[in-house]
Design a protein around this ligand. Structure first.
Ligand code: PEP
Ligand code: MN
Length: 263
């Protein structure tokens, strides 16, 4: 189902009034973690103003250490809904466990499956039974074929609304958090009809790398971007080093607009 051979046309995923995979770039932006209602509402307004189409924010966080902040969980989900009510922005947030599938279907616009869960086949099957669009991140060391097979798991259950997200892969390089694999864009487009977006924030792991990653993604033909933005990156509860400030994000959007068509 994910294979281009059986579906020559590009897929366009519709999320409310927005689309990903059409002619317009889909911009997903927001903090790594939802930290408070005030934080997420304030930032959502700034992001919308700067041109983002979707609001992201983690409520359930897949942290390397069990002692790191794990997310506000269902409280965070409610805060995202408040931000959506205030701004009209559709929300994207990560689902880590099959036990919250119903809550996510009721309250989010795009369910994110994180890199660490790309091959959590039970989770993939569960979201495959819903109609909610799914943002499937590439696993830390996943090949294109493995990644597309994970998309296939979701689609095999009847949910064809899959968006792929390249977020950097593990290589021998240690200077950057991951290595952004820009070739993922043309290769995925060759093999599949599914839309693909680029997440330069998790790829580089440092804010100064975001602009180059975002621009190369657009030039390579990606259907959108996911960018982490925080009002006070130095004090962010997670991933502060890679977050842009809202002003930096707005400047990036100005530059991105010159390379691609979006509002
Ligand atoms: C995230 O988007 O905050 C995240 C944890 O991403 P990834 O799964 O790509 O590491
Ligand atoms: Mn993050």
């Amino acid at each position: 189902r994910a294979n281009r051979k059986f579906h020559p046309e590009n897929s366009i995923i519709t999320i409310g009034d927005e689309t990903i995979g059409g002619t317009k770039l889909g911009i997903i932006a927001g903090p790594c973690s939802v930290e408070s209602e005030e934080q997420i509402v304030t930032i959502a307004k700034q992001l919308k103003q700067a041109g983002a189409n979707f609001l992201r924010g983690g409520a359930f966080k897949p942290r390397t250490s069990p002692y790191s902040f794990q997310g506000l969980e269902l409280e965070g989900l409610k805060m995202l809904q408040v931000a959506k009510a205030e701004t009209g922005m559709p929300i994207v947030t990560e689902l880590m466990s099959t036990k919250w599938v119903d809550q996510f279907v009721d309250s989010v616009d795009i369910i994110q499956i994180g890199a660490r869960n790309m091959q959590n086949f039970d989770l993939l099957k569960e979201v495959g039974r819903t109609n909610t669009p799914v943002l499937l991140k590439r696993g830390l060391s996943a090949t294109y074929k493995e990644w597309l097979m994970s998309a296939e798991y979701i689609m095999a259950g009847g949910n064809e609304n899959v968006i792929l997200c390249e977020r950097g892969i593990r290589t021998f390089e240690t200077e950057t958090r991951n290595t952004l694999d820009i070739q993922a864009v043309p290769v995925i487009k060759e093999l599949s009809h599914l839309p693909i977006i680029i997440d330069p924030s998790h790829a580089g792991g440092m804010s100064y790398l975001v602009e180059a990653g975002a621009k190369s993604g657009i030039v390579a033909g990606a259907d959108g971007l996911m960018i982490e933005v925080h009002n006070d990156p130095a004090n962010a509860w997670s991933d502060g080093e890679q977050c842009l400030t809202p002003d930096e994000f707005a400047r990036l959007m100005e530059k991105a607009r010159k390379l691609a068509d979006f509002e």
